[in-house]
Ligand binder design. Structure first.
Ligand code: ZN
Length: 504
């Protein structure tokens, strides 16, 4: 870069960091809102977050950002150098942001803010009709957004691109078809087998003891408490204000021994990814997960491939048993392992087991596609939901709260988000199997409580890059190809054949 370009780059970096500081300050306020903020502060807090976010947006989309990008354009599209990557990623975000008119952005913000409270009310009262008007508006706004951003084949692609750059709805459709074809017979075979005992997981388990056990495990797996914290919130989440300040939350249920721990492991997987991003990228657009699918692959990997594995409990079960002698004293390691991996179709996505989880996502993706294609009206949703649940999982929710109203995502305008959960599941199996090839005694290491080799491998191959490498580049580098369903199916078949007998 000559000195003139260097000066342009320094100016661009200044803008990007200012925008980043405003956004991470807004995120800090949002974290506080979900953890410690007194309820009465809701109105002032919403205003503060909205002021900071709009200010960040306004600074980012100024003409000057575009001029600088124009003068710096022509860099290598694949390079992982700091400057080239930052210019490329900023260009991408800038052109997306500029395609949306301030009127449309304002309208989306206003509609979703209202829809969020309508949804809470509809959810609590089991009253879909109450939410339907807002959802109709949101679908319409998402269509307008897709048209403004532009797409080659399908309007859904423009929406998906926000969360999973590089992927199209056609790819997701074909991936999910492969998945469905193998998964449905497996779920049926599992349902015909006898189910492991699990009642003891729902005895009373002291919350403080659960919390301490979870914190020790987080330290062992390598979540860095010098650069992060864990707190409680109603809905577990992770957020980051810097690579040196990553927050995760969990919840503890005294009537469910493992749900809090698995939430913690899940969020710590997200958190360790953020903590592992190269410090040079801090404060810029590069210091984020490269796609929601890759992000979710990291949380799922620690929650499922590690946390729900037999080697993991070989290491930790005796300790857990000591802490809960009266509840677990007579439960063997093998029985415990089976019970935490019990497959049980449930109407609610967040309660779903590892095997049936992806079916919940396919159902949502199908519905979203039809809404965006305008082949389905919002009013028809509750009925279609019931029918599809019956087809996929063989069950029907008791009401809309347990059905179509269960997730907040649509109220937030996030159509195109759900597929990334399943994409993350599939990627987690691809990535874990690469890690196993690289670390042949990985399971033995886990059984000894040694997580450093796995974390280090993820650090080198995934964490450090942030957005310098796309999801496609990361997978290509590791597997020589793109995303596929077969490693995940293979993992599920092998693991659950041990518990339920041979699966198709
Ligand atoms: Zn997650």
């Amino acid at each position: 870069m000559d000195s003139k370009c260097q000066a342009y780059f320094t100016e661009l970096l200044g803008i990007v960091k200012t925008v980043g500081d405003l956004q991470s300050t807004a995120s800090l306020l949002e974290w506080d809102q979900e953890t410690y903020m007194p309820k009465g502060a809701m109105d002032s807090r919403s205003r503060q977050v909205s002021t900071l976010s709009s200010l960040a947006h306004e600074i980012f989309i100024r003409d000057r950002t575009g001029e600088l990008l124009e003068m710096l354009s022509g860099t290598d599209g694949e390079s992982v150098g700091f400057q080239e990557s930052l210019i490329r990623v900023t260009q991408r975000d800038f052109s997306r942001a500029r395609k949306l008119s301030p009127e449309l952005v304002g309208c989306i913000a206003e509609t979703t803010s209202k829809a969020k409270s309508t949804w809470i009310h509809a959810y609590n009262e089991n009253d879909f009709g109450n939410f339907a008007d807002d959802l109709e508006k949101i679908v319409d706004l998402c269509l307008q957004k897709a048209e403004a951003i532009g797409y080659e084949e399908h309007p859904y692609d423009a929406l998906l691109d926000e969360y999973e750059p590089d992927m199209t709805s056609a790819q997701v459709t074909s991936l999910f078809e492969d998945l469905r074809a193998s998964l449905i017979p497996m779920v049926q075979a599992i349902q015909e087998s006898s189910s492991p005992k699990h009642e003891y997981l729902h005895l009373s388990y002291d919350g403080d003891i659960q919390w301490d056990f979870g914190m020790e495990i987080l330290r062992d797996i390598g979540f860095d408490f010098q650069r992060g914290r864990q707190d409680m919130s109603a809905h577990p989440f992770s957020t980051s204000f810097s690579v040196n300040d990553v927050r995760i939350t969990t919840r503890v249920n005294e009537r469910n021994l493992v749900s809090g721990l698995f939430s913690s492991l899940h969020e710590a997987g997200h958190g360790m990814y953020e903590q592992g991003i190269d410090a040079e990228l801090d404060g810029t657009l590069l210091a984020q997960g490269t796609s929601l699918g890759i992000h979710e692959s990291q949380s799922r990997l620690w929650e499922n491939q590690v946390g729900r594995s037999f080697p993991f409990w070989t290491c930790y079960y005796r300790d857990l048993q000591q802490r809960f002698k009266s509840q677990l004293g007579n439960v063997s390691l093998n029985d415990f392992y089976h019970s935490i991996n019990r497959v049980h179709p449930s109407p609610v996505r967040v309660d779903a087991d590892e095997v049936t989880y992806n079916l919940h996502i396919m159902l949502r993706f199908e519905i979203e596609m039809r809404l965006i294609e305008q082949k389905l009206s919002v009013r028809e949703l509750p009925e279609l939901w019931m029918d599809t649940m019956q087809d996929y999982l063989g069950i029907q929710p008791e009401n809309d709260t347990q059905g179509v109203l269960q997730d907040i995502h649509w109220a937030l305008g996030a159509i195109g988000y759900f597929p990334t959960y399943a994409i993350g599941n599939l990627m987690s199996a691809q990535i874990f199997s690469c890690a196993q090839n690289a670390i042949p005694d990985l399971h033995d290491q886990i059984a000894m409580g040694k997580f450093h080799p796995l974390r280090q491998w993820l650090q080198v191959n995934i964490f450090q890059w942030g957005r310098k490498m796309s999801a496609t580049q990361i997978l290509e580098r590791l597997t020589g190809g793109g995303i596929t369903a077969s490693p995940w199916l293979e993992y599920i078949r092998k693991k659950y054949s041990v518990i339920y007998g041979t699966l198709p």
